[in-house]
Ligand binder design. Structure first.
Ligand code: GLU
Length: 287
């Protein structure tokens, strides 16, 4: 089977050294197995994604010496596929509308969270949804929807995990891993203003693109538990995974757009060559 890898950036800022490492890693994994390397633009969040950042992605990757197959998959062009997946999950009774605001969720957690160690946290550091809206009666759901109250669609995690049964995924570094998506609680799969979540879109896209090896940063390792569950529920393919080390700056801080990591654009403009930037990415990965 031909190996197919992908790099899947979100056009919410300019790419930095961490992205360069991740893109080069995906391309290298494909190359060493005589496989294919794909690009995907994760532009679901219309409030944060900008056309100029998407143009910047193509510019930076080409400058780094990467080439990819066309057409590039842009998530915003595939909303009907995500909707189809949502409809399928809804048809199986695995979704429910959640009307809670962030403030209400916080208040509910504070009320219930008299636990000595504070409220339970999901692997992404956020609080686990306490399940308030899971218990709403059908007629109340109908009434609130009819009244135009905004809502998100959440996965009934317990029911979903029970439906799917025991699941595993394979990670190159960790071997065979038992999927425990329950650690995330009832994840959101769609919002009023964002018609699909990262989790749902990734599971659908990796299948649609025929990706056989998902390479991405170790910060997304926990998400794979949810992706594996969605793959099982939706009858999608299960790629192999290779979560790579995260890149740290010389100050020991994780590189992210928020931490103002120097962009590839600024490194280029200050006279660095693509080869130097490739070496910088590799050196940072060894820190
Ligand atoms: N779009 C995600 C990011 O920029 C990566 C998603 C993935 O590789 O699964 O962090």
């Amino acid at each position: 089977m031909t190996t197919v890898t992908r790099f899947a950036p979100s056009p919410t800022g300019r790419l930095h050294l961490g992205h360069a490492y991740s893109a080069l890693f995906a391309r290298q994994e494909a190359r060493s197995r005589r496989g294919r390397f794909l690009l995907r633009i994760e532009d679901i969040d219309a409030s944060r994604c900008r056309a100029e950042f998407e143009a910047g992605i193509y510019e930076d990757l080409a400058w780094l010496g990467l080439s990819w197959e066309t057409p590039v998959r842009r998530q915003s062009e595939h909303l009907a596929e995500y909707q189809e997946a949502l409809d399928r999950l809804a048809g199986e009774g695995l979704l429910y509308p959640c009307f809670c605001t962030r403030a209400e969720i916080k208040a509910e957690i504070a009320r219930a969270g008299a636990a000595p160690h504070g409220p339970p946290q999901g692997p992404d550091g956020g609080p686990i949804y306490p399940g308030t809206c899971r218990e709403l009666a059908d007629d109340e759901r109908r009434r609130r929807r009819a009244a135009g109250e905004p809502f998100a669609l959440r996965l009934d995690m317990r029911k979903a995990a029970a439906t799917a049964g025991e699941l595993f995924f394979r990670d190159v570094a960790h071997g065979r891993v038992l999927a425990t998506p329950e650690i995330f609680g009832d994840v959101i799969l769609a919002r009023k203003d964002t018609p699909t979540s990262y989790h749902l879109a990734v599971a659908v896209d990796d299948h649609a693109q025929g990706v056989t090896l998902v390479t991405r940063g170790a910060d997304l390792f926990a998400s794979t538990h949810v992706h594996r569950l969605l793959q099982a529920l939706l009858g999608l393919g299960t790629p192999e995974y290779h979560h790579h080390k995260l890149i740290f700056g010389s100050d020991g801080q994780k590189l992210s757009k928020r931490a103002e990591a120097p962009s590839l654009q600024s490194l280029r403009e200050s006279g660095h060559s693509p080869e130097e930037v490739r070496l910088m990415a590799i050196a940072a990965s060894a820190r």
